[in-house]
Design a protein. Structure first.
Length: 114
């Protein structure tokens, strides 16, 4: 692996690690901690070329990949749950009648029969 590739890979992973860790400290969301750990492991692996091809490197790559996958799965699951919560904000409480929007164009009165 070329020196430039190692430096760029290290800096990218270090940046992802720092950003995810910063947001984790502000929000305490575990998914961001896992993503930060994954990027940190990858950053260290870019600095250790002598580790290439060893069982230890394979284990650390696998651990990094699993942490990344679990973190993003948790992040996407959390986002999906928030979308469901926001979608139900206008729902009537306890199954009561719904309210019509002001611009629906429907007037009060009995339905017309044609």
């Amino acid at each position: 692996m070329f020196l430039i590739e190692r430096i760029v890979g290290f800096l990218v992973n270090l940046t992802v690690c720092g950003v995810a860790l910063t947001y984790f400290l502000g929000t305490r969301k575990r998914c961001l901690c896992l993503i930060s750990l994954s990027a940190g492991i990858s950053a260290v692996l870019y600095l250790l070329p002598q580790f290439a091809g060893t069982l230890g490197r394979f284990a650390l790559d696998l651990a990094s990949l699993l942490l990344w996958a679990i973190g993003f799965f948790m992040l996407l699951s959390e986002r999906g749950g928030q979308a469901l919560v926001h979608a139900q904000l206008d729902a009537p409480p306890n199954g009561g009648p719904t309210t019509r929007p002001a611009s629906s164009g429907v007037t009060e009165g009995p339905p017309s029969v044609s």
